[in-house]
Design a protein around this ligand. Structure first.
Ligand SMILES: O=C(CO)[C@H](O)[C@H](O)COP(=O)(O)O
Ligand SMILES: [Fe+2]
Length: 219
């Protein structure tokens, strides 16, 4: 699984024109669409929930990568699966029974990911790495788009890549937060194969071209 995937985050899209933004992504080289769900408890911000996911699903056949920044995500997994999620990623910091939560996501027919905050060590993934489909390294403190990239994330990607290689399995290694052309190359070199990009894509003059530029870095 060495191919690079770009996952634009609709957190940075124009919410009043979500259909148009989704169609724009449909016509782009982005394979995934990243959906940031925030509850105002796990993170100090509220974004959106099921109705927005359902609305996007109605207009796309792209892979929907749902990033849950919510406390006790196990309460809502079925609703996210029923609303069209393909991947459900929960935060390790939000799940006291992470192994059970991962099994529940898989039982719902979705791929399962675990995200870790900038202050959480990669080593804490050791006992669940064999059960998951994706590791998400946060390169900002979650809760807001448009923040500055924390460069230590590159070291964490390298560490996660080694851990993944030891499993012998294909596991997506995703980075989220402040990703742009000036840091994407080092992330790819370190082993990332899914790059989330919100403001860098949506605030650019030509988002489709920006997605292609990020993809070309892998060549
Ligand atoms: O999970 C997130 C924030 O918690 C977002 O996915 C992330 O911030 C993407 O936005 P940007 O590329 O603008 O940083
Ligand atoms: Fe995200």
């Amino acid at each position: 699984m060495d191919k690079l995937i770009i996952a634009p985050s609709v957190l940075a899209a124009d919410f009043a024109n979500l259909q148009k933004e989704t169609m724009m992504l449909n016509a782009s080289k982005a394979e995934w669409i990243h959906i940031d769900v925030m509850d105002g408890v796990f993170v100090p911000n509220i974004s959106f929930g099921f109705p927005v996911l359902q609305a996007i699903k109605k207009h796309t056949s792209k892979f929907l990568d749902v990033h849950l920044m919510i406390e006790k995500p196990e309460r809502f997994l079925k609703q996210f699966a029923d609303s069209g999620a393909n991947m459900i990623t929960v935060h390790l910091e939000a799940c006291p029974h992470i192994h059970r939560t991962i099994q529940e996501i898989k039982d719902l027919g979705c791929l399962a990911g675990i995200a870790i905050n900038p202050g959480t060590p990669v080593s804490l993934l050791k006992d669940v790495i064999n059960d998951i489909d994706l590791v998400l390294i946060m390169s900002v403190n979650p809760g807001f788009g448009g923040q500055k990239f924390i460069s230590h994330a590159v070291n964490k990607v390298r560490e996660a890549k080694s851990m993944i290689q030891l499993t012998g399995r294909s596991i997506y290694l995703e980075v989220d937060g402040g990703v742009a052309l000036n840091n994407a190359e080092s992330l790819i070199e370190a082993g990332a194969n899914v790059l989330v990009a919100g403001s860098f894509v949506f605030s650019s003059a030509n988002p489709q071209e920006t997605i292609s530029q990020l993809l070309h870095l892998a060549d």
